[in-house]
Ligand binder design. Sequence first.
Ligand code: PLP
Length: 231
Amino acid sequence: MIQENVAKLRIRMAEAARAAGRDPKEILLCAATKMNDAAAVRQAVEAGVDCCGENRVQELVQKLPQGAYDGVPIHFIGHLQTNKVRQVVGVVDLIQSVDRLELLQCIEKEAAKKGLVQDILLEVNVGGEESKSGFTVEEAREMAARMGDFPSVHLRGLMAIPPISQYPGENCKYFAEMRKLFVDISEKTYDNVHMECLSMGMTDDFADAIAEGSTMIRVGTAIFGPRNYQK
Ligand SMILES: *Cc1c(COP(=O)(O)O)cnc(C)c1O
């Protein structure tokens, strides 16, 4: 089932890429693994997803020793509390959800302590939603320019979760705004910044995200099926 879902998703990704005049190889597939167990995650890895994105530290530390992610990079994509930073820094390859200065400072401190450099993305609250964390577009611009202040952190790009859309195409404007921000920062020369990853697009809107320049989509439902929130 999971294998079939990933295969179908790859076809839809390739269609979306070609429709936008892009090479399908430019777009990576991150499996959003929250609430799915190690066995399911393993199936997704075996089906060829490019990386796994975990939302909760508790799930990360549980599935890690079970070998859930073996063979692919591990990303953290959920809201990260500062008191759990220690369990994530140096454990995951990329923290996509750096959504506030306090968290960035905490990651810097922990990475320095461990003597490593942690790759991160800045999370942008591109829809300006009250309920979501993340930097504004302007703040993200300023943060990128200041990355030299954080020698144990390396900025690799941007992540966004736009508002839940009511109809197809509704979020294109937000994706386009993210793309512009991504290109603007890429064109600058800042210390500790290499813009490689523009992480946007999920099950319901990944085709629009790819059309607007996403280089990584994060997909849960279309790979694993609906999540069971009762469990
Ligand atoms: C759950 C989640 C996704 C995937 O959502 P689906 O709609 O199930 O594809 C992507 N990104 C983040 C940050 C998530 O928490």
